[in-house]
Structures are given as structure tokens and as C-alpha cells.
Design a protein around this ligand. Structure first.
Ligand code: HEM
Length: 78
């Protein structure tokens, strides 16, 4: 992949991970409130798990980035 395209892609993944963290926090609060009010449902629980699954995928990508950069011998990520 072209270096510039790769940088853009990396930034997009990081922004996505950041905004997903907001969505996940909201989903958690909604779940807690529903439990307290005895209105919990499986769909509600799954909505949080679905966002967490996306967080894991984007987070795992962010995690390997520095190692990939190192194995290429570059100094592109700090
Ligand atoms: C599900 C598994 C998750 C994995 C594997 C993961 C992994 C990572 C990694 C590797 C980074 C980059 C750290 C760096 O800068 O080198 C990161 C950043 C971050 N993570 Fe996660 N994460 C996960 C879940 C979450 C959750 C649940 C939250 C909060 C609700 C969260 C919030 C953040 C935020 C706010 C950043 C900083 C993003 C930025 O640079 O703007 N992550 N995560």
C-alpha cells in the first residue's frame, strides 16, 4: 500500500476507535440503567457487545501498528 494512503487509513482507524469508545460508554450506561429499572433485554446487551467487537478489531489494528513499523525498520510511528 502507498505510504500516504496507509497514513490516512491508520488515522481513520484511530478516529473510529475513539468515537466507538463514546458509543460503547453510552451503550454501557443504557444497559446499567435498564438493569436497575428491570428493563434489560438481550438485544440491549448485544448492542453493547457488537460495539465492543468493533472496538476490539480497531484496537487490535492499533496495537500491531508500532510492531509492523519496527519490523519494516522505519521510524514512522512514535
Ligand atoms: C476491545 C478491546 C480494545 C483493544 C484491543 C484496544 C486497543 C487500543 C490500542 C492499541 C490503542 C492505541 C494506543 C496507542 O496510542 O498506542 C487504543 C486507543 C484508545 N482506546 Fe482502545 N482498545 C480496546 C477497547 C477500548 C474501549 C472499551 C475503550 C473505551 C470505552 C477504548 C478507548 C480508547 C481510546 C479513547 C483510545 C485513544 C484513541 C486516540 O488516540 O484518539 N478502547 N486502544
Amino acid at each position: 500500500m502507498n505510504e500516504e494512503v496507509e497514513m490516512k487509513w491508520n488515522r481513520w482507524i484511530r478516529q473510529t476507535h475513539r468515537w466507538l469508545s463514546v458509543a460503547f460508554t453510552v451503550a454501557l450506561i443504557v444497559n446499567f440503567v435498564a438493569i436497575v429499572r428491570s428493563g434489560y433485554s438481550r438485544a440491549l446487551g448485544l448492542s453493547a457487545v457488537a460495539v465492543l467487537a468493533l472496538m476490539f478489531l480497531t484496537g487490535a489494528y492499533l496495537f500491531v501498528l508500532p510492531y509492523v513499523a519496527k519490523s519494516r525498520g522505519g521510524q514512522r510511528t512514535v
